[in-house]
Write a protein that binds this ligand. Structure first.
Ligand code: PHE
Length: 491
C-alpha cells in the first residue's frame, strides 16, 4: 500500500468519519490523489467504507485573486488621495477601477466629496483592507471566518463564487486494520510446495482486464491488400497459379510471349540477367521449335519478325520481369490436354532494373488475371475488367489503346480516382496473340484475355503512403506495419 493509504488508515483509527477534502488539506495532498488512495483501499475487502457527499465551497474568481493579491479598489482609491484633497475628475482618471473604489469608499464613510468644489478629501486617517483579508481567508479554505453578508457582497462584486465539490465521507469498514498485507497477485510453485498459500490473501481476479497483448508478427500492408485481391479472384471463380519461381529463362519470360529477341525490354537496362547458372534449357524442345519458327518465319497467318532466332538468347536466365511468364507456362500446360476453359490468377513479385524513385523500386508485385475460353472477345475483356474493378470499389473505367508484343488488341486501364480527382493508370490488358497461343497447340477457336496491375499502387493509395520507400525496404517504420488495419477495399 502507498504511504498515503497508510496515513489515511492511521488517521481513521482515531477520527472517523472523515471527509476526503479534509484529508487532502491535513496531508497537503491533491484531492484527486486522496480519492485514488481511497479507491484502492475500497478494492480491498471492507477495510473502509466511503459515501458520496457533495458540499459547497467558496472560491476566488480571477478578479478575486487579483484583489486578494494587490488589495481592494476602495483602499487603492483612498490611498491615492493626498492630504489637501484632489479633484474628483482627476482621481477618477488616475486610479484603476476607480468607479467601484469611489462608491465603496463613499459608502464605507472613508472619503468626502464636495459637489460645489468637486474636491475629494479623506474623512478618516487610515483604513483597513477588510476585503483583502476576507479574500485571503477564503483562499485558505477558511470561509467560515467571513460574514455571510460580506460573502454575498463579494459574490455580487464577482470576486468570489460558490462551487459544488464532490468528495467522500470515509469511515472504518468491518475488517478495518491499519496494517494491510499486500495481497498476492500470483500463486507460485513455491507457495504450493511449501503450503504457504494457505495463510496468504490473494488479489481477486479482474475479469475485465484487457491483458497483455501477445507479441506476434504483423502482416505487411502489401500482404493485406494481396489477401483482398486474392479473395476477389476466388469469388469470381479464378484459381491461383504457382508463382514460386523468381528465376525464369528468357524463353518463358520473353520468347514464348512472342517478344522479339532484339526487344529493348530484354537488354540489360530493364532486365536482371542471372550469372550463375547463366542458362537453362528446361523448356519443351518441340514447342521451342515452333516458337523459333513463328519468330523467324511466321505462320498461323503471321509474317513473324524475320530475324534469326537464337537458342542462346532464349536460354539466358533472368529474374522474371512479369508474372505473364507464369501465365505462358500455364497456358502451354493447358494446351497439352483436352481443352477446358480456365480462369487463372497470380499475385507475386517481379523484378525490373528501373531507376529508383518515389514510386518505383527494382522489385514489385504484379496482380494478373487470365481467362481462356472459346471465342472470347474484347467485349468479354471489358466486361470482366468492369466486374473485377467494381469489386475493388472502382466504378469508372476508361481504356486506351496500347501495345504489348504478346497481346492484340492491348488496352491500358485508367480509373477515376475521386480522392485525387483525376484519371490514373491502373493496369494493362489485352487478348493474347495467335503467334503466342497457336505454337502452344491451343485450339484455333480459343482466345485468352488477360490483364495485369501492380499491387503497390493500390496499397499506397489505400494506406496513404506517398513514397514507396515508406512501404518497402530498410526505411519502413515497423510501427506502420503493426498498426495499419486489415485491408477492406471500400465496396
Ligand atoms: N505483363 C504486362 C506488364 O508487365 C501486364 C499484362 C498482363 C498485359 C496480361 C496484358 C496482359 O505490364
Amino acid at each position: 500500500m502507498s504511504e498515503l493509504s497508510d496515513k489515511i488508515l492511521n488517521y481513521l483509527e482515531t477520527s472517523h468519519p472523515v471527509d476526503t477534502l479534509k484529508l487532502a488539506s491535513i496531508f497537503e495532498e491533491d484531492h484527486q490523489k486522496v480519492i485514488g488512495a481511497i479507491n484502492s483501499l475500497l478494492a480491498l475487502d471492507d477495510i473502509i467504507t466511503a459515501e458520496n457527499v457533495s458540499s459547497k465551497r467558496w472560491e476566488l474568481t480571477e478578479e478575486g485573486k487579483l484583489v486578494c493579491d494587490k488589495g481592494s479598489y476602495e483602499v487603492h482609491l483612498f490611498n491615492a488621495i493626498p492630504s489637501e484633497g484632489i479633484n474628483q475628475k482627476q482621481i477618477m482618471a488616475d486610479v484603476p477601477n476607480s468607479k467601484v473604489g469611489f462608491a465603496k469608499a463613499m459608502s464605507k464613510g472613508w472619503i468626502l466629496y464636495d459637489k460645489s468644489t468637486n474636491l475629494v478629501t479623506r474623512k478618516v486617517d487610515s483604513v483597513v483592507d477588510e476585503v483583502q483579508a476576507d479574500l485571503k481567508s477564503i483562499q485558505d479554505g477558511k470561509s467560515e471566518a467571513v460574514t455571510d453578508s460580506n460573502k454575498q457582497d463579494y459574490k455580487k462584486r464577482k470576486l468570489i463564487l460558490e462551487v459544488t465539490v464532490k468528495s467522500f465521507l470515509v469511515n472504518k469498514g468491518k475488517n478495518f486494520t491499519t496494517t494491510i498485507e499486500k495481497p498476492e497477485a500470483d500463486l507460485t510453485h513455491d507457495m504450493i510446495m511449501s503450503g504457504s498459500w494457505k495463510a496468504k490473501t490473494f488479489k481477486p481476479y479482474n475479469f475485465d482486464a484487457l491483458g497483455v497483448v501477445p507479441p506476434s508478427g504483423h502482416l505487411h500492408p502489401l500482404m493485406k491488400v494481396r489477401q483482398e485481391f486474392r479473395q476477389i479472384f476466388l469469388e469470381m471463380g479464378f484459381s491461383e497459379m504457382p508463382t514460386n519461381n523468381y528465376v525464369e529463362s528468357s524463353f518463358w519470360n520473353f520468347d514464348a510471349l512472342f517478344q522479339p529477341q532484339q526487344h529493348p525490354a530484354r537488354d540489360a537496362h530493364d532486365t536482371f540477367f542471372i550469372s550463375d547458372p547463366a542458362t537453362s534449357d528446361k523448356y519443351p524442345a518441340k514447342y521451342a521449335e515452333r516458337v523459333c519458327r513463328v519468330h523467324s518465319k511466321g505462320g498461323y497467318g503471321s509474317q513473324g519478325y524475320g530475324y534469326k532466332w537464337s537458342k542462346d538468347e532464349a536460354q539466358k536466365n533472368l529474374l522474371r520481369t512479369h508474372t505473364t511468364a507464369v501465365s505462358a507456362r500455364m497456358l502451354y500446360a493447358l494446351a497439352q490436354k483436352e481443352f477446358k476453359p480456365v480462369k487463372y490468377f497470380s499475385i507475386d513479385k517481379v523484378f525490373r532494373n528501373e531507376t529508383l524513385d518515389a514510386t518505383h523500386l527494382a522489385e514489385f508485385h504484379q496482380v494478373e488475371g487470365v481467362i481462356a475460353d472459346v471465342d472470347l472477345s474484347l467485349g468479354h475483356l471489358i466486361g470482366v475488367l468492369d466486374e473485377f474493378f467494381k469489386k475493388l470499389g472502382i466504378t469508372q473505367l476508361q481504356f486506351k489503346p496500347a501495345y504489348n508484343p504478346y497481346t492484340e488488341p492491348s488496352m491500358e486501364i485508367f480509373c477515376f480516382h475521386p480522392g485525387l480527382n483525376k484519371w490514373i493508370e491502373v493496369g494493362n490488358s489485352g487478348i493474347f496473340r495467335p503467334e503466342m497461343l497457336l505454337p502452344m497447340n491451343l485450339p484455333g477457336n480459343v482466345n485468352v484475355i488477360a490483364w495485369g496491375l501492380s499491387l503497390e499502387r493500390p496499397t499506397m493509395i489505400k494506406y496513404h503512403i506517398n513514397n514507396i520507400r515508406d512501404l518497402v525496404g530498410p526505411k519502413v517504420d515497423l510501427k506502420m506495419v503493426e498498426n495499419n488495419p486489415i485491408c477492406r477495399l471500400d465496396k
